[in-house]
Design a protein around this ligand. Structure first.
Ligand code: SAM
Ligand code: SF4
Ligand code: F3S
Length: 459
């Protein structure tokens, strides 16, 4: 069981009257961490700003899953140099997954010596103490804990959304897929205690939240570090009992660990939404083995069939990768074929990118031009399927949680179906935050256009 390190509320309001700017570069867990960074800074007295120039503290919460994520941070740091020269009291902090790699931490320190504070993923809760130290000693700090020291509960949080909340249920990853840096920068799997999660979500519902997304790199292995038999399916059943909570989502599921008990629970649980994000990565058994994914194509397809039998209107989405070392044209065809068989509603598609320190970095690489042709073909195929699946929704009446006005047209409202599809429709602003019935009129590649049902009934 993971140890707890309690967050200590700061006594000094170091940020009173000052402004904070926080930018996330990574996955949902990274975004959720940024909400904790914002919570701690708010606790110190800081208020948010959308403008870097106005900020008294800028925090870059970084990602290193692919090179592009790292380049963005280096680019931004280059541009922030001027700001720091013009405003020497500005505190510039870089944290998250990137500094967790020794080389990257050193590179930030040497190439951008004006950065005041560098810390990793394991000591986020120490932010108030570190800011205090920077202000007192006028010296830059580099503090990265090499390994995790349990879970830090009680950290204040400032959430971005008022309706939907991210709730981290476990940290770290034990899977060591051969291409992936995450286990090296996030440490081993640690599950939060069920009581802490239930209490957090109960409080969220009291504050008016309707939907939660449970986060973990592999939520299906939740509880495997407990000494008792409490697992992810038990957590879902406990959360199902929270009155006032409308929707439960979770990500990411690992296809290897999605067992029959979980399928039975998702089929019976009313609040668990019918959307399952099941990254396949590849369709070729040879590549899956080289990736150390722990399942075969046949296992994956059988899992999808079982889920669809148990939850007939299930929406399946995935992460898919092209150009893993040694991927032949035949292997790639297997991925295309898998996509045709599953008919995903949507997919995040990635080009394999070398991450130093991972086993795949030493394998024989696929030329860039081959990868680029493959990704285009994959995106095109998935695009057709997404559109066809969305067109199949035409005429159906679906439950939509109304999230707000659309970004481009204030006359249109936007919300999501239980299957996580974006729906836009005309409606009064007082529908925001409510569950409504929408008749789908038109399926587009990335969204559904609909009309509010006059009687509000779902059929
Ligand atoms: N834990 C999740 C899982 O196993 O599906 C995913 C976590 S990872 C942050 C999100 C996605 O990034 C992965 O599913 C994978 O497709 C992609 N990814 C990870 N390492 C990559 C690499 N070296 N190059 C390209 N894509 C990568
Ligand atoms: Fe990376 Fe694999 Fe862990 Fe996902 S399961 S975070 S892809 S190592
Ligand atoms: Fe997430 Fe990127 Fe870290 S994907 S776990 S922020 S390396």
């Amino acid at each position: 069981m993971a140890d707890l390190t309690r967050y200590e509320h700061p006594i000094k309001k170091l940020g009173q009257g000052k402004l904070m700017y926080i930018q996330s570069f990574g996955c949902q867990m990274n975004e959720r961490d940024s909400e904790s960074l914002a919570g701690m800074l708010e606790d110190l007295g800081y208020s948010p700003t959308d403008t870097q120039e106005k900020a008294d503290i800028i925090v870059l919460n970084t990602c290193c899953v692919r090179e592009t994520a790292e380049s963005k941070v280096f680019g931004l740091l280059g541009r922030l140099r001027k700001l720091k020269v013009a405003k020497p009291d500005l505190i510039l902090a870089v944290c998250g997954c990137m500094p967790q790699q020794e080389d990257a931490a050193k590179r930030i320190r040497h190439s951008f010596p004006f950065v005041d504070l560098i810390f990793g993923t394991h000591n986020i809760h120490e932010l108030p103490r570190m800011i205090h130290q920077v202000q007192e000693n006028h010296e830059a700090i580099l503090e990265v804990w090499a390994t995790e020291k349990g879970i830090s509960e009680n950290v204040p949080v400032r959430r971005k959304d008022k309706l939907k909340a991210w709730v981290t249920i476990m940290y770290g990853c034990n899977n060591f897929c051969t291409y992936c840096i995450v286990p090296y920068v996030r440490g081993r799997e640690r599950s939060r205690q069920p009581e802490e999660i239930v209490n957090e979500i109960t409080e969220l519902v009291q504050e008016g939240y309707k939907e939660v997304t449970l986060l973990g790199q592999n939520v299906n292995s939740y509880g495997k570090d407990f000494t008792n038999k409490y697992r992810f399916a038990d957590l879902l059943l406990d959360l199902e009992k929270i009155e006032g909570l409308e929707r439960i989502r979770f990500m990411t599921s690992h296809p290897r660990d999605f067992d029959q008990r979980l399928i039975d629970v998702i089929a019976s649980a009313k609040k668990v939404c019918e959307h399952y994000h099941l990254p396949a990565q590849a369709g070729s058994n040879r590549i899956l083995k080289l990736m150390n994914r722990g399942y075969t194509r046949e296992h994956y397809l059988e899992l999808i069939s079982k889920i669809k039998r148990a939850v007939p209107n299930a929406s399946i989405t995935a992460d898919l990768m092209v150009g893993f070392p040694g991927e032949t044209e035949e292997d790639f065809e297997d991925t295309l074929d898998l996509v045709k068989q599953v008919r995903y509603d949507s997919a995040f598609t990635f080009v394999y990118n070398i991450r130093s320190g991972t086993p795949a970095a030493k394998m024989e690489q696929v030329p860039e031009e081959v990868k680029s042709k493959r990704i285009q073909k994959l995106i095109e195929l998935q695009g057709h399927i997404s559109l066809e699946n969305n067109q199949m929704e035409e005429g159906r009446v679906l439950e939509v949680l109304v999230e707000g006005e659309t970004k481009t047209n204030p006359d249109l409202l936007a919300g999501r179906t239980r299957t996580n599809k974006l729906v836009v429709f005309k409606g009064a602003k007082d529908l925001i935050g409510k569950l409504v019935a929408i008749k789908i009129i038109k399926g587009r590649p990335n969204l559904l256009e609909g009309e509010l049902e006059p009687n509000g009934a779902i059929v």
